[in-house]
Write a protein that binds this ligand. Structure first.
Ligand SMILES: NC(=O)c1ccc[n+]([C@@H]2O[C@H](COP(=O)([O-])OP(=O)(O)OC[C@H]3O[C@@H](n4cnc5c(N)ncnc54)[C@H](O)[C@@H]3O)[C@@H](O)[C@H]2O)c1
Length: 254
């Protein structure tokens, strides 16, 4: 039995890393998936790969921080697939070398990070929710981060603050839409081996330090996160809303 049969899902940032693994697992479980991705090469190639595995998937070039892009992307999902059941707010950036301690941080880095990570999460939700209300329910899954809960990434002021905002947004939306049967949850991945942190991982000392922070003794992968996203998207999680779900190798517990 396919766990996401007849579900229609949008995965933002689905061209790489965690988003690509989630999009692939969703398609494998029977969902029709729209990848909303800013990088056309990544978006096309992820869609091509997933289609090759038999999945039903579309790619729409989208900047999640742009209202018109988001509005158009949601419209395309609804027109092409017939509605919307699941939104994964996964797209985000981490501005290595530019994010900094508060007094050293530029306005530009703060604004850009907030605009994609936090405003983008809100904007995609804003346009997805009316479609879910029409369907009588839905599931929104926000990808947060340990940095939104603890000071575990010194100097990443904008990134950490944006992820704290994503957690607050998850909670308020969970409460505001509970009676509408729209469930809103957040996944908190630990350090995950994806293009987002590839420059950090190139340095073997940094890699070893990051591995050492995870009691399970390794970095996470997109494939570690995807099964939890499948659960939260499926009807199996029908009594779960407002939750934060860790996939962090024990990092936050240590
Ligand atoms: N990698 C980690 O260690 C880690 C840890 C905790 C949380 N996260 C979170 O997990 C999520 C996925 O991260 P990842 O590591 O897979 O990142 P990634 O950089 O590997 O992939 C993110 C994708 O989002 C796309 N994207 C960037 N800006 C966009 C925009 N404005 N509009 C649409 N798409 C855009 C990128 O092109 C990329 O394909 C993010 O929310 C990230 O903050 C990652």
């Amino acid at each position: 039995m396919l766990r996401l049969k007849d579900k229609i899902a949008i995965v933002t940032g689905g061209g790489a890393g965690i988003g690509k693994a989630v999009a692939s697992s969703f398609a494998h479980e029977g969902a029709r998936v729209l990848i909303a991705e800013i990088d056309p090469v990544r978006g096309e190639s992820a869609a091509h790969e997933i289609r090759g595995l038999g999945g039903e998937v579309a790619f729409v070039p989208t900047d999640v921080s742009n209202l018109h892009d988001v509005q158009a992307m949601v419209n395309i999902a609804v027109k092409r697939f017939g509605g919307l059941d699941v939104l994964i707010n996964n797209a985000a950036i981490q501005m290595h070398g530019r994010d900094a301690r508060a007094h050293e941080l530029s306005e530009e880095t703060w604004d850009r990070t907030m605009s994609i990570n936090l405003r983008g999460t809100w904007l995609c939700s804003k346009y997805a929710i009316p479609e879910m209300l029409t369907r009588g329910g839905g599931s929104i899954i926000n990808i947060a981060s340990p940095t939104g809960l603890t000071g575990c990434a010194p100097t990443y002021t904008a990134y950490s603050t944006s992820k704290g905002g994503v957690i607050a947004l998850t909670r308020i939306m969970a409460i505001d839409y509970a009676r509408d049967k729209i469930r809103v949850n957040a996944i908190v991945p630990g350090t995950t081996d994806t293009p987002m942190i590839s420059t950090l991982l190139e340095d073997s000392e940094t890699r070893a330090k990051l591995v050492a922070k995870a009691p399970l003794g390794r970095l996470g992968t997109g494939e570690d996160v995807a099964p939890l996203a499948v659960f939260l998207a499926s009807d199996e999680s029908g009594y779960c809303t407002g939750g934060l779900y860790l996939v962090d190798g024990g990092m936050l517990t240590a």
